[in-house]
Design a binder for this molecule. Structure first.
Ligand SMILES: [Zn+2]
Length: 277
């Protein structure tokens, strides 16, 4: 069972809310969703939160959600990135052990740019285990970090580690909420889940939430170029160009210069109205 605070009756939005969509027109809905995000209540902005991003490989979360993490850090939130693997097998010219050491240093440099904390899980690139042990490991980190929001991969992916990470994190959120940790940490409830937009995870991904990152792109570029594979020369995929252009496209959809989009679980999108708004 998937645990997601975005869904379920407790999170339904009252009809009187200004957040209720006024039509089912896609364009209008996008504008409405953008309005939700850009007109968030002042009190919510002032309450410090902890945002935890969980990626399969070091670099995944910085590329896809890094601009949002930077923005929230600037707003006073705590930011923690958990890398389930280093992505140490991503350089065909360098042995995994050596490239893993490089990726660890790059991830630490990225965390310094971010002003956040970084946690490294003990799993190997290409072998992130979709099993109970990994779920308990991530649940323990969740209980220690106590995030209010967790960002991770979408469920469909061409990369097995990404799909495994999604399944592990979704179940770990539930585990963390229903039992105490291995070292006595109390259960942690209330973590919402957002799924980042990744070029490898596009199947059935629906852009649902847009966050304005127009003032973060310069810093985001500094963040992601902590990694050599983003600077170029390792992969033939143009990471920097792709995610820069994606932010511009998502920004256009949200009527902002640049934005980052997220999906949530389908049930979290359910709206119940007392009458036609
Ligand atoms: Zn990856």
């Amino acid at each position: 069972m998937r645990q997601n605070e975005e869904r379920g009756p407790r999170k339904l939005i009252p009809v009187s809310s200004r957040f209720v969509p006024r039509s089912f027109c896609w364009v209008t809905d996008v504008v409405t969703v953008a309005a939700i995000l850009f007109a968030a209540p002042t009190a919510a902005q002032q309450a410090p939160r902890t945002i935890m991003a969980v990626g399969a490989h070091a670099g995944d979360m910085e590329l896809t959600a890094g601009a949002v993490l930077l923005k929230q850090r600037q707003l006073g939130d705590r930011v923690v990135i958990l890398h389930l693997s280093l992505g140490e097998r991503g350089n065909p010219k360098v042995a995994a052990a050596a490239y893993g050491a490089q990726k660890r240093k790059e991830a630490e440099a990225a965390a310094r740019v971010l002003g956040g904390d970084v946690v490294f899980a003990p799993y190997r690139d290409g072998e992130v285990p979709n099993n109970d042990e990994a779920r308990r490991y991530v649940a323990d980190v969740i209980r220690q970090v106590k995030p209010t929001l967790i960002i991770t991969h979408w469920r469909e992916s061409i990369h097995r580690d990404h799909a495994a990470t999604h399944a592990i994190v979704v179940d770990a959120v539930l585990l963390a909420a229903i039992e105490a940790g291995s070292k006595g940490e109390p259960a942690h409830r209330g973590a919402r889940l957002w799924y980042a937009e990744n070029w490898e995870d596009t199947e059935e991904f629906q852009r649902y939430l847009y966050v304005d990152v127009s003032d973060q792109m310069t810093k985001w570029r500094e963040l992601v170029t902590s990694y050599e594979f983003v600077r170029g020369g390792i992969s033939s995929f143009a990471y920097l160009d792709y995610y820069t252009a994606l932010a511009t496209v998502r920004g256009a959809e949200a009527r902002r210069p640049q934005a980052v989009a997220f999906d949530i679980d389908p049930l979290g999108k359910r709206r119940v109205l007392d009458s036609v708004p």
